[in-house]
Design a protein around this ligand. Sequence first.
Ligand code: PMT
Length: 407
Amino acid sequence: MADHAILAGKRVLLVVAGGIAAYKSLDLIRRLRERGAAVRAVLTEAGARFVTPLSVQALTEDTVYQDLWSLTDESEMGHIRLSREADLLVVAPATANLLARMAAGMADDLAATVLLATDKPVLVAPAMNVRMWQHAATRANMALLESRGVRRIGPNEGVMACNEYGPGRMAEPMEIVDAIAAIFAEDAHRPLAGRRAIVTSGPTHEPIDPVRYIANRSSGKQGHAIAAALAKLGAAVTLVSGPTRLPDPPGCSVAHIETAREMLAACEAALPADIAVCAAAVADWRVDTESDRKLKKDGGGPPALALTENPDILATLSRPGKRRPALVVGFAAETGDVLAYATAKRTRKGCDWIVANDVSPGTGTFGGSDNTVHLIRADGVESWPTMPKDAVAARLAEAVAGYFAGK
Ligand code: PMT
């Protein structure tokens, strides 16, 4: 259980949407206030059909905000201030409708507007019928919100008010209190605050002609997760990303590039930095002379493509000099003799650490969700168990924080 002492003095803006679970939100208010948190509530029109504004007001001992168009509410507390004055926004219950409106960025009532206008962390506690929760639209909305940094607790599995069984019940008030305390504890852990980081991620596309290019199978999952993990620990992160299908990670500024030369230019533009992590799968070679017209199949046989070497971004960033980041971390993608090749690569490229991973067919390292890595430093090797790429990123970010803590 998370330490609830952290809740004392915290300001929670609770959005209560219209679901049968809204009655549990009254208990949630009570539990948060018992632990010293101040709770202010926004009640949607549907929410007010399940719990009365009067009971919410009595428990919060504050005004209950309901109407985007209320002159009284707006003069007392504008909706922007309402969303910014809180330390955390909690949506409980979060209905399928409100999740859809959040995902679409709508601002059609006070609840959706404060959620769109906020710059604070948001926790949602979904509650709905099991089929609604399992519907592809809700799954996609939830995944999109989570990729933007929205946190989620539940839903729990059990018998629903409609007598169906499955996931859809709102998490219990004490589970939500725990999740809130954990968010505050996590957000207070910012050992990289004040540090600047550059992270490269994804593949590069090296054009052959206007329609064809040389590429590789990198999805960007590992690099994007590292950018997000460093940002979560407080670093100001510039993610330099090749073409991927991933949304930009929360809290990072992102430079979208296509070629290795563009990636190098974007990294150099992001200097000075304290940390550089090169997780991108940069094409080692590009076509020497890119055709400005589509190459034609003219019966003369396949064209001969002369290749030339791309700049090495990791080696460039590692070069000694005033602008060299204090800690440069490379990756090594190997298909055999992983440790030996990666160790040699660390010396050859001049980086401080190298994260070695096996990318042999069948490992799923390229494009998959898990990774098995070895962290190679000058003083030895740490072999980590197979983990989701997010967990690899979190552990690497903590190792980076440990490096700076020892300085
Ligand atoms: O994107 P995912 O699908 O999640 O997959 C993750 C990954 C397998 C791409 C990632 O974990 C990884 O191993 N990234 C490095 C891929 C790579 O190009 O490795 P390499 O051994 O060829 O290169 C060594 C290092 O030099 C890497 O840090 C690379 O970013 C860097 N490099 C290489 C060539 C170049 N021209 N410039 C570079 O900076």
